[in-house]
Structures are given as C-alpha cells and as structure tokens.
Design a binder for this molecule. Structure first.
Ligand SMILES: C[S@@+](CC[C@H](N)C(=O)[O-])C[C@H]1O[C@@H](n2cnc3c(N)ncnc32)[C@H](O)[C@@H]1O
Length: 279
C-alpha cells in the first residue's frame, strides 16, 4: 500500500487520513457545478450503487472506501475492477469520508465516475417507446426522482431541455438511487429542442393545468414524448404550442397542482397502463 503523499501508482491502494489531501479536495470540489462541468466527473455514494455501476462498466476514476470495510468482498472486487480500469483507489478514515460526503454518518464507499450523456440526434424511440422531456426543472430532488421513476416504468430516457438542473449534482444523483447509471440522459438547448421535436416519430404530450384532455382519455399508441413543465411556471406557451396534445390530471381537494415528480409518475404509469390495456 502507498501512503497519502504518494502519486497514484496503477494497482496500488493509497491510504489517506489527511483532510487536506489533494485528491480529497478534488472530490469535494465536484459538489460545485463548475468543477463537474470542467472535469466531466460526478460523485456517487453507497457500496451497492458504486458496485452496480462498476459491474455495468461505467468508467470509474476514483474509488474511496472506509478502512473498516476494506475486507468486505464487494469492496475488494470493486477495488480490483477500478484498478483494472486505471482508477485511483483510496482507503480512508471515517473523518475523510464525512468530509467528502458532508455527512456525519457517511456512506462507506464513494465512487467518482465519468458523466455520460446520449447524443439526442441518435435517439430512435421504439414503437412503444417513452421519453420524458423536462423544461427548465430547478429542483435536483425532483429531477432525480423523475429519472428513478422513468427507470422503474421502463421509459427509454430523459431529455433535459434548456436551463434544467444538472443531473450529476450530488442531490440529484442521490435521488436517482442508482437509476443515473441505467437511464439514458440527453441535453438540448431550447432552440435545438424545437428543431429536434419536428423529427419525433410519435406524439408529443404536454401536461398542463389547463390541458383540454383528461390524461386517461388519450391513446398512447405511438412513441410518446412526455413534456413536463417547470415547478413554478409550468410549460410556457412556446412549449405548449409544440405539443400535439395538452393533458390535465384532474384533481380534487384544494391543492392547486401536483408536485412535478408525482405528476410525471402518474403520467408514466397511465401510459404504461394504456399500452398494456390494463383495467
Ligand atoms: C408544480 S406544477 C407547475 C404549476 C404551475 N403553477 C403551472 O401553472 O403550471 C409542475 C408541473 O407538473 C405538472 N403538473 C402538476 N400538476 C398537474 C396536473 N394536475 N395536471 C397536469 N400536469 C400537472 C405540469 O407539467 C406542471 O408544469
């Protein structure tokens, strides 16, 4: 084993206890959008999520684990695979993990992975394919929950339009519960979205509080692009005009709208129900 002052040597585990170690500082910096953008990297926490990602061949740059799980067979396997891919492997104290994760009771395993986005021009939905397009979503918890729900319902991917929050931020990644590694994600500027949308081979369904159609009355018998609006302002007029249909989820009670991630879940499971012709 090498100590914390050494430069990474392929195949060697470095033991790090200093909170000011440069690699630890780099990992902490990934909480800032600027450094995620510059480096193209992001952080995932938790033994299962990191192990699953490594098993699925996501490029891992740095693996960090707590000394007390050093002998865990999963950690040993992940460390081996990280080394095999040229990753840096650090065995650290709990204080270092707490510093990295900014939590008092930190997860014992943290991975730094390369970000991956799908080129929107390569998207070819299947005949029953569903993609979710999110316009200007601001809340990382909502975004992560939508990615997780899209994965759970078998949607093909999520498109982030315009000024939508970064899916690779810590809070969004946590909320995906690992689906960040399973769901294709693409980004489009607002202008590019309108061009791209013209080539969508199915229907574009927007959700709107004043939508004309009940969401259960639509035939989702073609590839669906489901457009969801911003938490505060909803879908703006230009996006509404780009939809083939605007649907509403009828509400009872006094709440003026549903939470965005809940509304997305309701829509996605209705599309699935309609496709499977379930009661
Ligand atoms: C919190 S709502 C936005 C509320 C906003 N004040 C508005 O007027 O649209 C966020 C998004 O969730 C979806 N949504 C929430 N409740 C809905 C409902 N009852 N029917 C259809 N879509 C809904 C829409 O996509 C909406 O843009």
């Amino acid at each position: 084993m090498a100590d914390e002052t050494s430069i990474p040597i392929p195949g060697q585990i470095r033991v790090v206890t200093s909170l000011t170690n440069p690699t630890i500082k780099e990992i902490r910096a990934l909480s800032l959008p600027k450094f995620r953008k510059e480096s193209g990297l992001f952080v995932t926490e938790g033994m299962k999520l990191v192990a699953d990602a490594v098993e699925e061949d996501w490029p891992i740059r740095i693996l960090v684990y707590g000394a007390k799980v050093a002998n865990h067979p999963v950690v040993q396997r992940v460390a081996q695979r990280a080394h095999a891919r040229g990753g840096d492997v650090l065995e650290v104290s709990e204080a270092v993990l707490a510093k990295i994760t900014r939590r008092e009771n930190p997860q014992m395993v943290v991975g730094v992975f390369e970000q991956r986005l799908t080129d929107p021009q390569t998207i070819r939905p299947g005949p029953a394919g569903v993609w979710v397009a999110l316009e200007g979503i601001k809340d990382p918890g909502n975004l992560g929950t939508i990615i997780r729900t899209s994965d759970a319902v078998g949607a093909e991917g999520v498109i982030l339009v315009g000024d939508t929050v970064d899916p690779f931020g810590v809070e969004a990644v946590r909320a995906t519960m690992g689906s960040i590694f399973h769901m294709p994600l693409a980004r489009l500027s607002v202008a590019d979205f309108f061009e791209w949308r013209k080539r969508w081979p199915g229907i574009v369904v927007g959700t709107h509080l004043s939508g004309k159609h009940d969401y259960r009355a639509v035939d989702y018998d073609k590839p669906v692009l489901l457009l969801m609006g911003n938490e505060q302002s909803g879908i703006d007029d230009r996006f509404a005009a780009a939809c083939d249909t605007l649907v509403k989820i009828p509400q009872v009670g006094r709440a003026d709208s549903l939470n965005l991630a809940i509304a997305t879940g309701v829509m996605l499971f209705e599309i699935r129900r309609d496709r499977l012709k379930l009661a």
